[in-house]
Design a protein around this ligand. Structure first.
Ligand SMILES: NC(=O)c1ccc[n+]([C@@H]2O[C@H](COP(=O)([O-])OP(=O)(O)OC[C@H]3O[C@@H](n4cnc5c(N)ncnc54)[C@H](OP(=O)(O)O)[C@@H]3O)[C@@H](O)[C@H]2O)c1
Length: 266
């Protein structure tokens, strides 16, 4: 039995992970900005967390530790997106995406590492995205924030040499959740309207046809049980998790841009 903190446990991937871990007998602290949204199930303890606020991050971590005594695993999962043209993306939007998807996650990871290093063991899973490698058009802030989190995770994997404290970059492809419902779509710039609506249509279609969040939950359970978790893992349907990243890796940049534009119909 492990003590596990899962951020963004009120919905989608985080909720599936939290439920599955609790069912496997682990004690889970699950976060939301509104703890009423965390379902009342045995071994799932609600914790308030707003990644937009560094004080809330400190408080959430301290509350988890004071309730749990110690922490074995952090699943850095919470996140939200924005959809709009990069050319006119307000600096506030970019800053807010980076606060939620990069700075907040790093703050939480550093707090967890300070706790795990002296204990001599632990696991941190940073949920970035396949979008860090295959960007989605009109999600420039989101894509680049996820790429920054993936790069930070790999950087710390290079430096942090503790055999029993592991850090994993988990990159979901499309997973069927309510993520798109929370996405703010900015399509007021006339010259981008058609492209935005086409790209959004593809994004929505992909989400509808995607595997459910239980797929990610199963991967997390196996990561927690593994003695040698991989540094990076991609989760999604076979095309997104295996074929597309493999093809993409060997294509010249010009073809990557062409291929993605074709794929999204823009
Ligand atoms: N679904 C996909 O296709 C997909 C693909 C690649 C990566 N991902 C990543 O997977 C993670 C989970 O996404 P999901 O699909 O499960 O989305 P979701 O169903 O919308 O869940 C997002 C979770 O994050 C929390 N959250 C949002 N903004 C927050 C903030 N400012 N502070 C703290 N918590 C916040 C939400 O909690 P409250 O609203 O209750 O606070 C919610 O529990 C995200 O990091 C996302 O980028 C998803």
């Amino acid at each position: 039995m492990k003590n596990i903190l899962v951020t963004g446990a009120s919905s989608g991937i985080g909720l599936a992970i939290a439920k599955s871990l609790a069912e496997h007998g682990h004690e889970v602290w699950g976060t939301s900005r509104n703890i009423e949204r965390i379902p009342k199930i045995p071994r799932l303890h609600p914790i308030r967390l707003d990644l937009a606020d560094p004080h809330s991050i400190e408080e959430a971590f301290a509350s988890t530790l004071s309730e749990a005594g110690h922490l074995d695993v952090l699943i850095n999962n919470a996140g939200a997106g924005h959809f709009g043209p990069a050319e006119v993306l307000p600096l506030d939007t970019i800053t807010s995406q980076f606060q939620i998807l990069v700075f907040g996650q790093i703050q939480l990871m550093q707090l967890a590492l300070q706790h795990m290093r002296p204990r001599g063991e632990g696991l941190i899973v940073n949920v970035s995205s396949l979008a860090s490698r295959l960007p989605v058009p009109f999600m420039a802030a989101y894509n680049s924030a996820k790429a920054a989190l993936a790069s930070f995770t790999m950087s710390i994997q290079l430096e942090f040499a503790h055999p029993n404290v592991r850090i994993v970059d988990l990159q979901p492809g499309d997973i069927r959740t309510d993520f798109n419902q929370g996405v703010i779509v900015s399509d007021e710039v006339e010259r981008y309207k058609t492209k935005i609506s086409r790209a959004w249509e593809i994004t929505e279609r992909n989400m509808k046809n995607a595997p459910g969040a239980e797929l990610v939950a199963r991967k997390i359970v196996s990561l927690i049980e593994s003695t040698e978790p991989p540094p990076r893992i991609t989760v999604g349907n076979v095309f997104e998790s295996k074929i597309a990243p493999l093809i993409f890796r060997f294509l010249p940049q010009r073809l990557r841009v062409w291929g993605l534009k074709k794929y999204y119909g823009i």
